[in-house]
Design a protein around this ligand. Structure first.
Ligand SMILES: Cc1cc2nc3c(=O)[nH]c(=O)nc-3n(C[C@H](O)[C@H](O)[C@H](O)COP(=O)(O)O)c2cc1C
Length: 190
């Protein structure tokens, strides 16, 4: 059976280790394949946060597209996908999606995902949040299929390392696509 595609957009917000982990988990799952689109700012932030160049993480994705490839498959609703994950999602890209601006392939693919009522998971990151950021998130959260999932720290699963915290956040993002990450520690109750 053909694997279903998950479009993975990466923008210039903080959180690049989470992007890397999500790509690894999609690859491990076996049911899905990833199509990675990184913005120019995402490449800069990746280098700042991990010391890696974009080309070094490309092999984790099944397909790589550039943000200026606005004629590529994900720009059309006829291109079949399971949905789209944007990790991390900057406030700029959030605003572009909120307004339906479609400036680049990431924003256009998100627009298509919403109009087709597929799953769109936005790992939005900024702090503190302005009223504009909050309005954009609140209004987008009302659209069927849209999930606003800020990569927030959690302690209840008792992470011992940053990697364990990263794994937990990545698992929470991917469960919206029906992916159960190995080692995901769900709350069992007290
Ligand atoms: C190291 C670094 C960290 C950043 N973190 C954030 C962030 O957490 N959230 C955010 O909205 N923008 C952040 N920015 C700013 C964005 O990269 C910037 O607004 C950029 O224009 C976003 O463009 P894009 O959405 O097309 O990737 C950061 C920039 C740098 C260099």
């Amino acid at each position: 059976m053909d694997k279903q595609k998950i479009i993975v957009g990466a923008t210039g917000a903080s959180g690049m280790p989470i992007l890397v982990r999500c790509l690894e988990l999609i690859r491990q799952n076996g049911k899905y394949e990833s199509c990675l689109v990184m913005s120019r700012s995402a490449r800069l932030t990746l280098e700042q946060e991990t010391g890696l160049r974009a080309e070094e993480i490309y092999p984790l994705a099944d397909k790589v597209l550039q943000e200026d490839q606005t004629g590529a498959g994900p720009a059309s609703g006829t291109f079949p996908t399971k949905g789209m994950l944007i990790v991390p999602c900057s406030m700029k890209t959030l605003a572009g999606i909120h307004s339906g601006y479609g400036e680049n392939l990431i924003q256009r693919a998100a627009d298509v995902t919403m109009k087709e009522q597929r799953t769109l998971v936005l790992a939005v990151r900024e702090t503190p949040l302005s009223p504009i950021h909050l309005r954009n998130m609140q209004e987008l959260s009302m659209i069927p299929g849209v999930h606003i999932v800020p990569p927030m720290m959690t302690f209840y699963h008792k992470p011992k390392t940053i990697e364990e915290m990263t794994d937990h956040i990545a698992a929470k993002l991917l469960e919206h696509f029906g992916i159960e990450a190995e080692g995901y520690r769900r709350w069992q109750g007290i």
